[in-house]
Write a protein that binds this ligand. Structure first.
Ligand code: 0PR
Length: 352
């Protein structure tokens, strides 16, 4: 059988995946047959996972982090809501999620039997009044998004923490920084454990972290929160497991360790600066062509270039997807260089 050649990144503009760092690729290959889900057998990769969790703690402002490397942001978000539900003492749990929340929260609510209360936005971030109205004594978690999927916007995390502190049912605050977590440390945004009373947080090495897929991250302020997820594992040397999946990718874990070792903090800072400059440059170029552009506060640009134009550039080979509102969405992943953007604009100009 001919396997074919995977999609090249040269024209991929809307994906949150990217070309992994060379050290991450090498580490993935080396650890591909290991299973961090069985730390009694695969000790080296289990140690690497602890290193990754410690580094993710450095990035998010948590001195003594608890957590693990998940399969991605979806698993991390499901697990965060699962631990919040298990910890609470209500037969009728609900979770308040911004309308900008990723669809993984819809999956989480479905599998967990938790009611999802969607809070409308005020512009591009969640309305605090709406969150206040939705919280009641059965609210087990409130979610804030730090780097939204469509617009890269950051909810007011400290204000959400204040609401949670005053809430009747003692809910947890979960922050979804799956994509934003590797760029936010280099901005002035308040988003992490150091900035507010955040309980759990999603941060994915396989997005801006330049690890290979699958490498997501779930962090918790305290080990005791993760204990809510523990199930007994009678056939393993280790006695319990907190992850959702059983056998897990050692490649993802090792690649995350290698990428973090190579890039935190200076490499990620340089990438953020390059990506943010590209986002602002692209926004200006599209505005000069008459497009309505949503200002990129993080390296993600949404612009109304017309739905026929999106179809035409897709026809020309560009991988470009649209927001629910129909804007073109450009995610400034490391593989999206100024050269890529110049080539895209040249095609855009020719097609219009
Ligand atoms: N949270 C946020 C804020 C996200 O943007 C995403 C993924 C997730 C959670 C879920 O993460 P996993 O996909 O790792 O489980 N958002 C991407 C998106 O919808 C997912 C994606 C990634 C889509 C790569 C396409 C693609 O090529 O854009």
């Amino acid at each position: 059988m001919e396997l074919g050649i995977p999609q090249s990144f040269s024209r991929v503009l809307s994906s949150m995946c990217t070309e992994p760092h060379p050290a991450a690729r090498e580490a993935a290959e080396r650890f591909i047959a290991t299973n961090p889900g069985d730390p009694g057998t695969y000790e080296t990769v289990a140690d690497l996972e602890s290193t990754v969790v410690d580094r993710l703690g450095d990035i998010t402002g948590l001195a003594d982090p608890a957590g693990y490397v998940a399969s991605g942001g979806t698993e991390a978000n499901i697990q965060a809501l699962r631990l919040a539900r298990n910890r609470a003492d209500t037969p009728d749990p609900n979770v308040v999620v911004p309308a900008s929340g990723h669809f993984s929260f819809t999956k989480a609510a479905d599998v967990l039997g938790v009611e999802l209360r969607v809070a409308p936005l005020d512009g591009y971030t969640v309305s605090l009044e709406a969150v206040t109205e939705l919280i009641d004594e059965d609210t087990v978690a409130v979610v804030g998004v730090a780097g939204s999927t469509e617009y890269g916007r950051v909810d007011p995390i400290p204000a959400l923490a204040d609401l949670v502190a005053d809430a009747p049912g003692d809910p947890l605050l979960h922050v979804d920084a799956a994509w934003g977590g590797f760029v936010l440390p280099f901005t002035d945004h308040a988003w992490g454990f150091a900035d507010a009373a955040v309980d759990t947080l999603t941060i994915d090495p396989h997005k801006m972290g330049q690890a290979v897929v699958p490498a997501g991250g779930l962090l918790a302020r305290e080990e005791s929160l993760l204990a809510e997820l523990a199930v007994d594992t009678p056939y393993l040397e280790s006695t319990s497991q907190i992850t959702l999946t059983g056998t897990r990718s050692g490649a993802g874990v090792a690649s995350a360790a290698a990428a973090l070792d190579a890039l935190w903090p200076e490499g990620y800072r340089e990438q953020y600066e390059t990506s943010q400059a590209n986002a602002e440059w692209l926004a200006a170029e599209l505005r000069s062509r008459g497009a309505d552009v949503v200002s990129p506060t993080l390296p993600l640009v949404a612009a109304d270039i017309g739905t026929e134009t999106i179809d035409a550039v897709r026809e020309a080979g560009w991988r470009l997807s649209r927001t629910e509102q129909g804007e073109a969405r450009f995610v400034m992943q490391p593989h999206v260089t100024r050269e890529t953007l110049r080539a895209f604009l040249a095609d855009l100009d020719n097609l219009r």
